[in-house]
Write a protein that binds this ligand. Sequence first.
Ligand code: BTN
Length: 332
Amino acid sequence: MGKDAQILALLADGRFCSGQELAKQLGLSRSGVWKIIQNLQSRGIEVFAVQGKGYRLAQPIELLNKDFIDQHIAAHPSMAAWRGGFPGDVVVLWEIDSTNRYLLKHGALGSAAGMTCLAEMQSAGRGRRGRVWVSPLSGNIYLSQLWTFQSGPAQLSGLSLAAAIAVVRVIHQFGVSDAGLKWPNDILVSGKKIAGILLEMTGESNGPTNVIAGIGINVRLPDTALQAIDQPVTSLEAELGRPIERNRFVAQLICELFNVYERFSENGFSTFMDQWHDLDVYLNQRINLNLPAGTILGINRGVDQGGSLRVEYNGQIHCYQSGELSIRGQTS
Ligand code: BTN
C-alpha cells in the first residue's frame, strides 16, 4: 500500500486525525503528510484541514477490501450452483491505467481465467466508442471481469446487454429502483447515466473467446469529475442521498455477472429478452439512431434474440447491431 492509500485508509471513517498522528503512523514528516493530503485533494478527495484538530474527509469513504469481497462472494447463495466452482481471483488495485487493459494483458498470458480486477482510480479509463471514462479517486466502481466462452464472438451478440441487466438488478437491490437501460448497455436514472459497460473480446472466429466486461458505476462524483463529463450523469449517492456499502455492492455484482455468463453460455441472449424489455426506458418511444451513414428516425421496438435494436420506420421493423441511440429532442 502506498502512503496516499495509507493516509486515506486512516481518514476513511470521516473523523479528525492530527497531522502528528498521521506522520507518526506513516513514518513521515508533517510536511510530507501535507504533500500527500494535497495530492489526494488534487485527485478529487475533499479533505478539511483544521488548525488544532488535524485532517478530516468531507465524507467518509469505504475503500475496496479484497478480504471482505471474497467473504461475501463465498457466502452468496449462487455459489453452490456454479458448475465450474468459484470463478477466479479478485484483484484489488489502488491505481491502474484501465482495469480492462490490465485483464487484456493478463488474459493474453492465460493467467486470468475468471478474474475480476477492481481499482480505486484509473488514469486512462476507457469508454465506448473511444471515449474517456472519467475515473477519479472518489469511491466509484471500476470493475473488469474476464470470462472465457467456448463459442466465437458472433454467438456472443447480446452479451453486453445481458451484463447490463445484471448491473441494473444490483442497482435496484441497493435502493435505486428507477434505474433502467438504454440500448445497447447504458444504465440510466431519469435520463442521466449512472453506469456504463465496455465489452472487449479476443479470440478465434470459432472460439474460444475471451471476453473482458468492463463496468463503471458512478457511486460518488466530485465536482471536478462532473465538469469533465460531457453528458448528463448521476451517481448512486446522489440518487439515494446516503452512502452505499461499496464492498457488498461489488461482491453482489460479481455474483450476478457470473450467473449471467453461465446462463448466457447455455441459452444465449434469448432468455434475457423479457427482462430487457421490462427495463428498457425508451421502449416504444420515438428515437434517433445515429449511424456512421446518418441518423435514422423511428420507434424503438425493443431487441431481437441476438440483442440487435428493432427500429420501426416506413411501416417496417429494421434491426441494428450498433449505433448510438438518443431520444428525440435530446443529444445523449
Ligand atoms: C461506456 O462508455 O459507457 C462504458 C464505460 C466503461 C467504463 C469501465 S470502468 C472499468 C473498465 N475499465 C475501463 O477502462 N473501462 C471500463
